[in-house]
Design a binder for this molecule. Structure first.
Ligand code: SF4
Length: 467
């Protein structure tokens, strides 16, 4: 049996265990998580990290992320950092400032840095007109050296897809897209203010494929108002006919006190925890039966997709975009609220647009907060990556890599892991910690036991839950 076949076989949906262990927890797109970032004085650390990189490895490749925050309507479930407006000219001003940010970042490099990965996220990247999109890509191509085989991806809203936009993206080398779907039921779509007929989604997907986009991802959500096991079944049936290479299945977290648009959702319309669990079970079993591989956390892919192959080869990574096949490379993130990571340093831009503009008006990098990881952070980050990407920690290999005595270093954490082993979420030996088939949907519960910062947190309510 190959590694992949083992993973394929090694998923067990245990409703009781999931219900018992469900609680709020980080999704570990970074460790330490962004809520640990410290305000102020991050620019110096960030520039020092860039200089260190220049001195050590000037030719190593970079990943780029650009945050485009505008949406012309608001989906009521949304928890993203976005700006609702119908005024397309606001994106012109935003691009003026992005240009300044790109120029400030570029000054830190002697030659155009190599880029192997670009992601445009939002908000709604396709809010931009084709002229604006063209300008953005010209700005990026002038400042950075894109490798011919660069992976370029974009989040697509089929409701806001200008005529010719996909062709323009393909011309600039975009080869991946992620399409927000959530649920195809008209009542659910009305309840969340996102009317998106199935034909629109199918059209975007098919046109993308015809233009050479591959690894097309569809986002689905369970736990939305008016959703039921029946609506989930119907949505899955249609989505599976389209056979997207990747499917992300997210849980809706109703936190109206934090996210204003969610106050428009009638709580009476929300499915309860047991219906959510039933929807999750249906979705998971349906996707597995249809031949999808469970990658981890919220992600599934077809067995021939790069994500499944990376899982098989043990090269899967986790970063701000979720799971990735790219080696763990530095990330430069541009735009309001975007988070960069260079070497050991995380740095986040201002979250409020006017603060972001003000910093750039002062000719400063628009950084608000961040942190430089300690050696302990790096060790724990590696442990969490191993658990979420490989479902195991190989203890002798880990000790060799980090020059530690595992049992000694993680003594308090291992007491907690022993409790999880008692419930058969993990197999724990002197040689490895292995997440069992019934523990795989609760991998982040295992990862949380290695999170030193969580031990000191007063509450985890700010994080999402499974149910
Ligand atoms: S879900 Fe996406 S499209 Fe909807 S409001 Fe949020 S960012 Fe905009």
């Amino acid at each position: 049996m190959t590694h992949l076949q083992t993973h394929l076989a090694a998923v067990e949906f245990d409703s009781n265990l999931i219900a018992r262990y469900d609680g709020s927890g980080p999704r570990y797109t970074s460790y330490p998580t962004a809520d640990r970032f410290v305000e102020g004085a991050i620019s110096e650390q960030y520039c020092a990290a860039l200089r260190k990189r220049q001195a050590k490895d000037p030719d190593s490749a970079l990943s780029l992320y650009v945050h485009l925050p505008f949406c012309d309507t608001v989906c009521y479930y949304c928890a993203c950092n976005k700006i609702a407006t119908k005024d397309r000219s606001r994106a012109d001003l935003y691009l003026d400032y992005l240009e300044r940010e790109i120029s400030l970042v570029r000054q830190e490099f002697l030659t155009a840095p190599k880029v192997t990965q670009l992601h445009l996220g939002g908000g709604t990247p396709t809010f931009l007109t084709n002229t604006q999109l063209d300008r953005l890509m010209q700005m990026l191509k002038q400042a950075f050296a894109f490798m011919p085989d660069a992976e370029c991806s974009i989040e697509i809203d089929p409701r806001r897809l200008n005529e010719g936009a996909l062709e323009l993206l393909a011309h600039y080398g975009f080869n991946r897209m992620s399409i927000g779907v959530q649920d195809l039921d008209p009542h659910v779509q009305k309840a969340v203010n996102r009317i998106q007929p199935a034909a629109l989604t199918q059209d975007a997907l098919e046109r993308g494929r015809a233009l050479g986009f591959r690894s097309i991802n569809l986002d689905l959500i369970y736990g939305l108002p008016k959703q039921s096991v029946g609506t989930m079944q119907a949505t899955l049936q249609t989505v599976l006919q389209w056979r997207p290479e990747r499917i992300a299945l997210y849980s809706y977290a109703h936190l109206p006190e934090r996210f204003m648009p969610q106050r428009r959702i009638d709580t009476d319309d929300l499915p309860n925890a047991s219906i959510k669990l039933a929807m999750l079970k249906l979705a998971v079993t349906t996707l597995l039966a249809a031949g999808y591989v469970y990658i981890g956390m919220d992600h599934f892919s077809l067995p021939e997709d790069d994500l499944a192959l990376a899982l098989e080869e043990g090269t899967l990574q986790r970063n701000f975009q979720g799971y990735s096949t790219q080696a763990d490379c530095d990330l430069i993130a541009l735009g309001v609220s975007a988070i960069s990571r260079i070497g050991d340093t995380y740095a986040q831009n201002h979250r409020v647009l006017l603060d972001y503009y003000k910093a750039l008006d002062e000719n400063s990098l628009p950084l608000a907060k961040g942190l430089t990881m300690t050696q302990d952070d790096l060790i724990r980050r590696a442990a969490i990556q191993d658990l979420l990407c490989q479902s195991r920690i190989d203890i002798p290999e880990f000790e060799e890599r980090w020059k530690i005595d595992f049992a000694d270093y993680f003594a308090p954490d291992l007491i907690q892991i022993h409790k999880l082993a008692h419930d058969e979420l993990v197999d724990l030996t002197d040689q490895s910690i292995y997440i069992t088939p019934r523990g795989r949907f609760l991998a982040r519960v295992v990862a949380m036991r290695f999170d030193r910062h969580l031990r000191h947190a007063t509450s985890t309510a700010k994080f999402s839950r499974v149910l």
